[in-house]
Design a protein around this ligand. Structure first.
Ligand code: TYD
Length: 131
């Protein structure tokens, strides 16, 4: 699992978190965030054919599971706003909300395109076996 840390700047009693340049070696074309998700809810359940993404949790705690179709599932809990994890193509991922009002912030390499999604797990396994 690729995890990197944002730059953290303490400033006037607050904190600034900076993601600058191509930290994970891809240019960002889209930024979105997901909020108002109930604790215990699990989102995701898909992989992408080409999209690269970075996931962050600026507030709260979210458990992320990454499955590259090789038999092992990697789990990380995003609870530190400094932490950013990479989700590459061919990675089945789920995100579970652990705390109320958690926010999932995503930086993506491409505009939204439904045809880039693989939403069927067996189709994902087949796709991943060919990478
Ligand atoms: P999805 O990416 O599956 O959300 P999650 O990974 O949080 O489960 O998207 C959920 C729905 O929202 C799906 O119908 C597609 C739509 N959507 C957009 O229209 N634009 C976007 O940028 C995103 C991320 C999702």
């Amino acid at each position: 699992m690729k995890i990197k840390k944002l730059q953290k700047i303490k400033s006037n009693g607050g904190e600034i978190f900076v993601y600058e340049g191509d930290l994970f070696d891809f240019p960002i074309r889209r930024v979105y965030f997901t909020k108002n998700v109930a604790v215990g809810e699990i989102r995701g359940h898909h992989a992408h054919k080409t999209l690269e993404q970075v996931l962050l949790c600026p507030h709260g705690a979210i458990e992320v599971n990454l499955d590259e179709g090789k038999g092992n599932i990697e789990t990380v809990t995003l609870a530190d706003p400094e932490e950013a994890i990479y989700v590459g193509p061919g990675t089945w991922h789920t995100m579970k909300w652990l705390k109320t009002d958690s926010i999932l912030l995503v930086f993506a390499s491409q505009p939204y395109e439904e045809s880039d999604y693989i939403r069927d797990y067996e189709a994902f396994k087949s796709f991943a076996s060919k990478i």
